[in-house]
Design a protein around this ligand. Sequence first.
Ligand code: SF4
Length: 288
Amino acid sequence: MQMFQCSLLSPFLSYSLYLYNIEYPMPLPNSGRYMWRGRLVFVILQYIHTLIILDFLVEYEGCKWYKKIYSVTQQQMKKDIDSIIGKLKGMHGQPRCELNFSNPLELVVAVVLSAQCTDERVNRVTEGLFKKYRTLKDYIDAAPEELEEDIRPTGFYRNKAKSIKNIAAEITQRFKGKVPDDIDAFATVKGIGRKSANMIVGLAYNKPAVIVDTHMIRVLNRIGLTKNEDPEKIELDIKKTVPEAMWTALSLLVILHGRYICKAKKPECPKCLVKNDCDYWSGGKRDV
Ligand code: SF4
């Protein structure tokens, strides 16, 4: 990939050398039968030559001046998503969600509970909760105080209990008791934003989904896969540049990456396998 990116720069350098008539590796014929053939050979040789030098410079991390030029050109070039996903897998294993669930309704409840709470704590709470509440009706019929008590360790338990009961009622009334498998429709349910709709439909129904949370916003901006902060614009950016089959995997891997390596305050860049694809790193940032 880097070789390919460098090759886009090489013709310009070759042509500049040609314009300044730098005669390496052989004198140019200025007239005669072989003039154009000689010049063509010259440009091809310069092309190969600059390509080798530039590829070396990309690999050589100490070369800051080149990194600066490279980061500018890199922003304009399409990132190699396959390679980025492969490297993310190398660091975090297969794409996965860290919330435990065995059906779409359980995932809805786990996602609501995960606001401002770690997945680990949510999993501890849902272990017993999912045995007690098995259907939408169980949540609708539950006494608010009892449900609040059952989810208390996840924090903001009054709002979360109210939200779970409202969502259960709306799914029952508007979607005939089935958690919707359509992201746009599900996002209209009160208490389910676009992020949650993408996450639930993507994971529970195995559909392509771009799950934009705070980790996605930060990491995608650092890598250079978007220049936007607005989740809906980021979703569109990813949909434009990443093949549909990779949306969910990329989202889950980027979320794991943001959680464990590309942290908000101190990204651990030196041990990050994505660094050579990352604008933040190639722009000369060295936080650790
Ligand atoms: S190189 Fe650093 S900023 Fe870039 S993705 Fe890796 S950890 Fe994040």
